[in-house]
Design a protein around this ligand. Structure first.
Ligand SMILES: Nc1nc2c(ncn2[C@@H]2O[C@H](COP(=O)(O)OP(=O)(O)OP(=O)(O)O)[C@@H](O)[C@H]2O)c(=O)[nH]1
Ligand SMILES: [Mg+2]
Length: 434
C-alpha cells in the first residue's frame, strides 16, 4: 500500500497501526482489599502493554462470589458494554480467571472479545519464546487453554478485528470436531517431544553433576533484575529489558566465587502473581532448574510497589514446582533507586543482602554471602581411599576442600568438606559421615 501524500502538510504520512484498545475489569472478593485489586490491575496493565495493547478504561466491582454467567453482575456487565462503546474498545480483559462459558457469554453480550489474565500472559510467553523447547512449552499451554474454548461456528460473531490479543485468544468459531481432534493430536505430539527434550536435559544434568559444581539458580518475580545480575556476574550477554517475561529460556554460566570455588549459575523464567497453572505445568522442564538446584538466589525488586507480595508470589510458585525446600538467599535488587526500601527489607529479612545489579553496588558482599551459605550446606566427611584409587583421591581434591590427610596401612584416610551430591557419589569410600 502506498503511503498517502498529504497536500496541506506537504508530507507523506506513514500510517500508524492502532494498538488494540482494552478495557480492564477486576472483582474484589472478600479477604482482599481495594488496594490489592488496584495493585493487581496496575500489573495487568503492564502485562497488556507488554503484549502490545493499551488499557483505555478500568472497571472494578466488589462481590462475594463470581456470577455464574458473567463473572461480574448482570448490571455491571451492561455497564461494561456501555463503557466499551464509549471508548471504542476492541477487547475486554478480566484480571480474574474466566471459565470458557463466562468468556463466551460475555463476548455475546459485549460484541467484542473477552479475555482473562491467563490469556495475556500466554500471549507474552508466545511472543518471547525462542528455543525449540520454549516454543513447544508455550504452544502446549496455548492449545490446552484453547481446547475447552472451541465453539461451533454458527453464532453470529463479533464485529471486529481479528488481530491483537483478542484475535489470538477470543473463543473462535471452528469446524468443531475436526479442530478438536487436530488440537488433541498436536497436544499429544508436543507432550512426547517435550518428554524427549526433558530426558536430554536430565542427561545433561547428570553430566554436570559429575563435574561436582554446585548448581545455583536465580529465581524471582518477573523484571526483578535476574538477567541483569547474571550479566553483571558472568558477562553472559543475556537480554535484560524493562519488559515482563523478557527471559523464558534458561541460561547457565560458570561463576567463580570469592575463595575460588566455581559454581554453575542459571538465569531462568520469572514468576508473576496468579501465574496460570497450565503454564507452570507446561514449563515444568524449564522450571526443573529451580527444583534441582543446590541453592536458589531469590532476586527481589525493591522499587516494585509491593516487594513482600512479590516474594510471597514467588514462593507460591516454588511450592507448586516442589522447590520450596531448596535453600534460598534473598537478594534485594535495584538498591540504587530504592536505597531506603532495600535497607528496610534487609533489616526485616535476616541473612539477606541488598545489591544493585545495575551499578554493582553490594555485589561483592552478595558473592561472599553466597559462598558462605554454600559452604554451610556442605559437610565434612571422612573417607578411606585405597592407594590404587588415585582417580578417587583426585576427585575428592577437585570437588571438595581437604581438611586433613593420613596415610594408613589400608589406604589414604582423608577428612574433606564435600557437597551432599559429592558425598553421595563417593559414599562407598565414606567411613565416617560427620
Ligand atoms: N535501577 C536499576 N535497574 C535495574 C537493576 N537491575 C535491573 N534493572 C532493570 O530492570 C529491568 C529488568 O531487568 P532484567 O534483568 O531483564 O529482569 P529479569 O528479572 O531478568 O526479568 P524477566 O526476564 O523479564 O523476568 C531492566 O530494565 C533492567 O535494566 C538495578 O539494580 N537497578
Ligand atoms: Mg530475565
Amino acid at each position: 500500500m502506498n503511503s498517502p501524500y498529504n497536500e496541506a502538510l506537504g508530507a507523506t504520512l506513514i500510517e500508524r497501526t492502532k494498538r488494540e484498545q482494552i478495557v480492564a475489569v477486576s472483582v474484589t472478593f472478600p479477604g482482599h482489599t481495594d488496594d490489592d485489586t488496584e495493585v493487581s490491575l496496575d500489573e495487568l496493565e503492564l502485562l497488556i502493554d507488554t503484549a502490545g495493547a493499551d488499557v483505555v478504561a478500568r472497571l472494578v466491582q466488589r462481590r462475594d462470589t463470581p456470577d455464574h454467567t458473567w463473572f461480574i453482575g448482570k448490571g455491571k456487565a451492561e455497564e461494561l458494554k456501555e463503557i466499551c462503546l464509549a471508548v471504542d474498545a476492541d477487547t475486554v480483559v478480566f484480571d480474574n480467571e474466566l471459565s470458557p462459558a463466562q468468556q463466551y457469554n460475555l463476548e455475546k453480550l459485549l460484541g467484542r472479545t473477552a479475555l482473562d489474565r491467563t490469556a495475556v500472559i500466554l500471549d507474552i510467553f508466545a511472543q518471547n519464546a525462542h528455543t525449540l523447547e520454549g516454543k513447544a512449552q508455550v504452544e502446549l499451554a496455548l492449545l490446552r487453554y484453547r481446547l475447552p474454548r472451541l465453539r461451533r461456528g454458527a453464532t453470529a460473531r463479533l464485529s471486529q478485528q481479528r488481530g491483537g490479543i483478542g484475535g489470538r485468544f477470543g473463543s473462535g468459531e471452528t469446524k468443531l470436531e475436526v479442530d478438536r481432534r487436530r488440537i488433541m493430536r498436536r497436544i499429544s505430539k508436543l507432550e512426547t517431544d517435550l518428554k524427549a527434550l526433558a530426558h536430554n536435559r536430565t542427561l545433561q544434568r547428570k553430566g554436570r553433576d559429575r563435574s561436582g559444581l554446585a548448581a545455583v539458580t536465580i529465581v524471582g518475580y518477573t523484571n526483578a533484575g535476574k538477567s541483569t545480575l547474571l550479566n553483571r556476574l558472568t558477562h553472559a550477554g543475556v537480554l535484560a529489558e524493562d519488559r515482563l517475561f523478557a527471559t523464558l529460556d534458561p541460561t547457565t554460566r560458570r561463576l567463580s566465587l570469592p575463595g575460588g570455588e566455581p559454581v554453575l549459575l542459571t538465569d531462568t523464567v520469572g514468576f508473576v502473581r496468579r501465574l496460570p497453572h497450565g503454564l507452570v505445568e507446561a514449563f515444568k522442564s524449564t522450571l526443573e532448574v529451580a527444583r534441582t538446584a543446590d541453592f536458589l538466589v531469590h532476586v527481589v525488586d525493591c522499587a516494585a510497589p509491593d516487594p513482600d507480595g512479590q516474594i510471597a508470589a514467588v514462593r507460591e510458585v516454588l511450592g507448586e514446582i516442589d522447590a520450596q525446600a531448596v535453600p534460598e538467599l534473598l537478594v534485594f535488587n535495584k538498591a540504587d533507586v530504592a536505597a531506603d526500601v532495600a535497607a528496610e527489607l534487609v533489616a526485616r529479612h535476616p541473612g539477606s543482602v541488598a545489591v544493585s545489579a545495575h551499578t554493582g553496588e553490594g555485589v561483592e558482599l552478595f558473592l561472599r554471602t553466597l559462598a558462605d551459605r554454600l559452604r554451610a550446606i556442605t559437610r565434612v566427611v571422612e573417607l578411606l581411599i585405597p592407594y590404587e584409587r588415585g582417580d578417587v583421591l583426585a576427585s575428592v581434591h577437585r570437588e571438595g576442600e581437604v581438611v586433613s590427610t593420613f596415610h594408613g596401612d589400608d589406604g589414604v584416610r582423608i577428612r574433606a568438606r564435600l557437597s551432599d551430591a559429592s558425598a553421595g557419589r563417593l559414599s562407598e569410600y565414606v567411613v565416617h559421615p560427620a
